[in-house]
Design a protein around this ligand. Sequence first.
Ligand code: SAM
Length: 218
Amino acid sequence: MRLRNITGSREVIADSQFVVHEPAAQKGCWSSLFGNSHPIHIEIGMGKGRFLMELAARNPEINYIGIEKYSSVLLRAIQKMEERELPNLRFIRMDAEELCEVFDRGEVAKIYLNFSDPWPKDRHAKRRLPSRQFLERYHQILAADGRVEFKTDNTELFDFALAELAPAGWQTEAVTRDLHHDAALLEGNIMTEYEERFSSKGNPIYKYIIYREGKQAE
Ligand code: SAM
């Protein structure tokens, strides 16, 4: 996935109508960018964007934003959008650490984390997207009834993600350690690129859906 050095990827991104080039300028007014007041769902670390493109095609009444750190990976998503333009999907190239500069309090209804990088060294725990540091950022931008949905095949990362919930004040709405054999959670599941790759090797897929009880962040 780390296609970091594709020549010209930054230029393609700079010219792309599917990319929001100054996302911080949209803080608090994402609805006007889409021209409607539909809920906003984001995927953090979207990779080549297949999951979000399928979601956006199935759900025209929801606005989707895909966030990806690397230009060379985002380039692949842009190329797919050129073949299948979706008015309710836009991309941002940025590090998710900047989420709170880009989205206002309560502006996002759902956050998807799919096959996030595991950052296995302890000293890098705060870089893991389901870490308590990121959960606090999600709390800042999520609506009061917002949800975070996380899928992975990485046992250590999933165990870590579950252990982070209580200290950060989050609750589970649903948890499975075998998504592809869980009829209820599997309904409507869209496979990501990584999900297809790892499940075809026989790895079980873990998933949680979480929420934070109490009022929205102030
Ligand atoms: N979600 C896709 C899937 O399931 O097929 C891609 C998974 S890939 C393992 C993780 C992706 O997250 C990579 O493209 C990586 O560049 C991106 N990523 C990792 N940390 C990020 C961060 N802090 N902000 C934005 N993107 C990030």
